[in-house]
Unconditional design. Structure first.
Length: 250
C-alpha cells in the first residue's frame, strides 16, 4: 500500500513536509507504522499549485529518498496547496506513468488502496471511461482508471457526487463480475482551492486517514491529529475542515 499527504494553507516550501519533520513523508516511506507495506520504494510524486490554475507535477520511479532532484525542487517550491505520494505497487509495473499524483486540467488525484479483482475488471472499467478521456490514460493502475472515472462522473462540477458515483460504479462492476474481493481506498483530489479526501472500504479494512488543523505539519503530538472514521469524506478549504459520512451511489 502507498502513503500520501496533502497540505492546504499559507504557502510553505514542500521540504517542510517531505523532508524536514521527524515524521516526514520521506521518513514514512522507509518506516511506515500503520501500513501493510513498511517500505514505499516503487516511485513517488509531488503535485503543487502556483500562479497558474493547472498544477505542476514531478514523478519518478526512484525511491523518494534516492532522488536528488526531488530534494532540490522541494527546497525551492513554495505552495499553498500540494500533494506528496510514495508508492508501494500492488501488482502493476513500476513506471513513471504509474506514479501518483495524476493530473488533468486543474485537478490532482492520488490514491492508496486497491480494487479487488482488478485484473478481471480492467477492461470493463477502461470501457466505462468517457470516450473523449480514454485516449489520455497512460498507465496501467487501478488508481489512474479511477481518476478518469471521476472525471467522467462530473468531477469538474461536483467532486463529492463524482466520488460517490465512481465508488458505486466500481462496486457494481465487481458485483456483476462475481468478485467478492477487497475494495479499499484513501484517496485525495483537489481543484486547486479545496482538498477532498475519502476513507472507504467494502469491509472493515479501510486504510488509515488523519488530519490536523493549525498544528505544526507532521509533528508527533498525538492530540494534534484526528482520525477520519471509515466511510467518511473530508473537505478542506478556505471555509475550514468538514468531515461527513460517505456512501457510494447506488
Amino acid at each position: 500500500m502507498c502513503r500520501w499527504l496533502a497540505y492546504a494553507g499559507p504557502p510553505i516550501y514542500l521540504e517542510s513536509l517531505i523532508f524536514k519533520p521527524k515524521r516526514s513523508l520521506l521518513t514514512q516511506s522507509r518506516a511506515a507504522q500503520m501500513s501493510v507495506s513498511a517500505i514505499n520504494a516503487d516511485g513517488f510524486g509531488i503535485g503543487w499549485y502556483g500562479a497558474k490554475p493547472q498544477p505542476g507535477v514531478y514523478r519518478d520511479i526512484l525511491p523518494a529518498w534516492n532522488d536528488a532532484n526531488l530534494k532540490s525542487l522541494a527546497a525551492q517550491i513554495a505552495s499553498p496547496l500540494f500533494f506528496g505520494h510514495v508508492r508501494a505497487a500492488t501488482g502493476t509495473a513500476v513506471t513513471r506513468l504509474n506514479c501518483h499524483p495524476f493530473a488533468y486540467g486543474r485537478h490532482l488525484f492520488m490514491h492508496n488502496g486497491m480494487i479487488g479483482g482488478f485484473d478481471k475488471l480492467r477492461r470493463v472499467l477502461a470501457m466505462a471511461i468517457r470516450p473523449d478521456l480514454y485516449p489520455l490514460v497512460q498507465g496501467t493502475t487501478d488508481s489512474e482508471l479511477f481518476f478518469y472515472l471521476l472525471l467522467g462522473n462530473g468531477l469538474e462540477t461536483d467532486a463529492e457526487a463524482a466520488m460517490r458515483a465512481s465508488v458505486g460504479q466500481v462496486l457494481a462492476a465487481m458485483s456483476d463480475a462475481g468478485i467478492e474481493g477487497h475494495f479499499a481506498m484513501t484517496a485525495a483530489l483537489s481543484d486547486g482551492e479545496s482538498v477532498y479526501a475519502v476513507r472507504y472500504a467494502n469491509d472493515e479494512r479501510s486504510p488509515s486517514l488523519f488530519y490536523s488543523v493549525g498544528a505544526q505539519p507532521l509533528d508527533e503530538i498525538a492530540e494534534s491529529w484526528q482520525e477520519v472514521p471509515p466511510g467518511h469524506m473530508l473537505v478542506a478549504g478556505s471555509g475550514g475542515v468538514a468531515v461527513s459520512p460517505f456512501a457510494p451511489a447506488a
